[in-house]
Write a protein that binds this ligand. Structure first.
Ligand SMILES: [Zn+2]
Length: 286
């Protein structure tokens, strides 16, 4: 039985340290906000109340010795679930495969051609537009790498399909807070940030006893950086061969510095910012 009332406020942990947005309560919605759990009639009724859809988009790729292959999908999915509990929106089933050519040096990685990925994501959103969804948030857990594709999808949806679409990369939303609380200088892949968020969201899926620090022994080229929050002023990319040379474990950075507390702060920062966008999109006064 699916009984999860939309709008029920959940008290998040560590609330003293984080500023939360005030979200409004919805009383006359169907019992679930997850569209895969609704009948078409329930979805039809739900779209009378909200025209915003969250679409988590991840990847299936190697994340070192200590994290599972699904990290990039698990993170945005759990974050979207929190947003949908607090703000008026619906949650679509996640897209678990993305653009990951640089991780194919380890098994378990799936990579989808850029054009295939773009068209697939666009078609999913376009279908939602047919039901009456007006706003769609593409919540991207595979940070940095598939940003260009999702930016193009957003542009297509806005210009060709008259939908208000947004690309929401987790890393951009938590960047300010991450800069303040980070303990390591290099967190590029499967390291402090991702491991912390997984410790906060899915601790049973993290094997901290297998986490190993890796470092890079050379300076990055000017205008580029290996860090997720680094000074990347030019577009660039790593190949699988380059990644294999940089890391034998698969992670880049020190995941042993990760804590659930850091993860919770990053997660709540993203949730709070996303709620403020959803609330504004759903505000009839705007
Ligand atoms: Zn990842």
């Amino acid at each position: 039985m699916l009984i999860r009332k939309i709008g029920l406020e959940e008290e998040p942990p560590n609330s003293s340290e984080i500023t939360y947005v005030q979200t409004r309560k919805i009383t006359d919605m169907p019992e679930s906000y997850e569209i895969a759990e609704l009948t078409w009639q329930e979805l039809d009724a739900a779209i009378e109340e909200t025209s915003t859809l969250l679409l988590p988009i991840g990847s299936t790729e190697q994340h070192g010795h200590h994290l599972p292959l699904g990290v990039d999908t698990y993170m945005p999915e759990a974050i979207c679930r929190r947003v949908a509990k607090r703000s008026s929106c619906l949650l679509a089933p996640s897209i678990p495969y993305g653009v990951s050519p640089h991780h194919t040096f380890k098994p378990g990685t799936v990579t989808v051609e850029s054009e295939t990925f773009r068209r697939y994501v666009r078609d999913v959103c376009r279908s939602a537009g047919e039901w009456g969804i007006e706003n769609v948030l593409l919540v991207n857990g595979h940070y940095l790498v598939q940003d260009p594709e999702l930016e193009i999808v957003v542009r297509d949806l806005r210009i060709e399909h008259d939908m208000r679409a947004f690309h929401v990369p987790l890393v951009t939303l938590f960047e300010d807070v991450a800069r303040e609380i980070r303990r390591t200088e290099l967190s590029f892949h499967a390291s402090e940030f991702e491991t912390s968020m997984m410790l906060a969201l899915f601790p049973d899926l993290v094997s901290m006893d297998r986490a190993k620090a890796t470092s890079i022994d050379h300076e990055p080229l000017p205008l580029t950086d290996y860090d997720a929050l680094g000074d990347n002023q030019v577009g660039w990319a790593l190949s699988a061969e380059e990644m294999a040379e940089l890391t034998s474990t698969g992670n880049l950075g020190d995941p042993t510095a990760a804590t659930a507390e850091t993860g919770e702060k990053l997660v709540e920062t993203v949730v709070s910012k996303m709620c403020s966008l959803v609330d504004a999109l759903e505000d009839p006064e705007r």
